[in-house]
Design a protein around this ligand. Sequence first.
Ligand code: ADE
Length: 228
Amino acid sequence: MRIDIISVVPELLEGPFSASILQRAQEKGLAEVIVHNLRDYSIQKQKSVDDYAFGGGAGMVLSIEPIDRCIKALKAERNYDEVIYMSPDGDQFSQAMANNLSLKQNLILLAGHYKGVDERVREHLITKEISIGDYVLSGGELAAAVIADAVIRLIPGVLNDETSALSDSFQDHLLAPPVYTRPAEYNGWEVPDLLRSGNLKAIDIWRHEQSIERTKNKRPDLYKKYSN
Ligand code: ADE
């Protein structure tokens, strides 16, 4: 899978893709993340990529021209499954969306800034808008990193133990069960005996029950989906 991220602050994306699982996924050739500086596509003298809003109002608006030039240049090289604008107005990101995107070949993620993008970008250049939650970030970069992380870890071979993505919280509308590691007793706080019994079948059943209980208590909204 290839993910192209278009940004006015590419520095914000240097960290997330250069360590741990996302770095290894790229080293293994399973994912490629390329960050593009929108300013490189500006034809203005100062490399500016924004302008005042027509009709007035506070805040600058990202112009359509550099965005169109960047997307066109990418599309000239390969086909893209989706061109996604990161926006608090978008569809709320979910595990189901991550699963779906992980099956795609090429994605463009456009990170907005300032007061937003010229509406014509949304009308004509993008295929999907995604929000990572009901709060406003200073830009779409961190949201793009969240999407890329959630999607890339699902690509077969990225996680060492392939079943571990399947047992994540949300995959079946259930939260993950509690996990423990050594020491078996700390400050008098003990690990449940059953987990140390070696009875794998009973442990599986216990974990499933714990998942159900936890979901019922912490996320009744999810539990409703699970039990339907
Ligand atoms: N850009 C600013 N806020 C955002 C959010 N909540 N989700 C996605 N992109 C954003």
